[in-house]
Ligand binder design. Structure first.
Ligand code: K1U
Ligand code: ZN
Length: 178
């Protein structure tokens, strides 16, 4: 397995549409495992392939605490089958926007279909932080960041600060970034 550098905003690679994978083969399985290792190391609770420079529809999620047994979810081509009418608001963070947070409102419950690490089609019902995290990671696959759900004022303030830090070559994260 390998630790992959995480791309930080602003970066055009975080604004691209990702492509579906044809099948979860050995290469995609390796990508999923490297993404999980990178996510655990950061640490984070989710990661999407474009955050490590791979423009493919692949995400990983694990909400387990560090002293709990790991519960990794590896998903390729995730698609929302159902979203609830009721919403939930969470304060979101993002490994590509280190040190910035914002309240985002999303559907509280979802049903998602995806290909797992064995190329099997799975469906999962999620609510709470798991539903929020899956939607946050799926947004990345469409080039959408959590700041795109905030007001233009808040979004621009965060992106300006990140650009300034990048120009000053000032690392904001303890993990490897580009
Ligand atoms: O960059 C990412 O997409 C990962 C992001 C996922 C996320 C967090 C909160 C709400 C929605 C989606 C993170 O993991 S940020 C770090 C974080 O939330 C965390 C870090 C350590 C322990 C617990 C949480
Ligand atoms: Zn993110």
């Amino acid at each position: 397995m390998a630790l992959l550098p995480i791309i930080t905003a602003p970066d055009p690679r975080l604004k691209q549409l990702c492509a579906p994978v044809e099948a979860v083969d050995a290469e995609i399985r390796q990508l999923m495992d490297d993404m999980l290792e990178t996510m655990y190391n950061a640490p984070g609770i989710g990661l999407a392939a474009p955050q490590v420079g791979v423009l493919k529809n692949v995400i990983v999620v694990d909400l387990a605490d560090e002293n709990e047994e790991k519960t990794p979810l590896r998903m390729a081509n995730p698609e929302l089958l159902e979203v609830s009418d009721d919403d939930a608001s969470y304060e979101e963070g993002c490994l590509s926007l280190p040190e910035h947070y914002g309240d985002v409102v999303r559907p509280a419950k979802i049903k998602v279909r995806f290909l797992d690490h064995e190329n099997e089609i799975r469906e999962l019902d999620a609510e709470g932080l798991l539903a929020t995290c899956i939607q946050h990671e799926m947004d990345h696959l469409d080039g959408i960041l959590f700041v795109d759900h905030l007001t233009a004022l808040k979004r621009n303030m965060i992106l300006r600060k990140l650009l300034k830090a990048k120009k000053a070559d000032k690392p904001l994260a303890s993990y490897a970034t580009v």
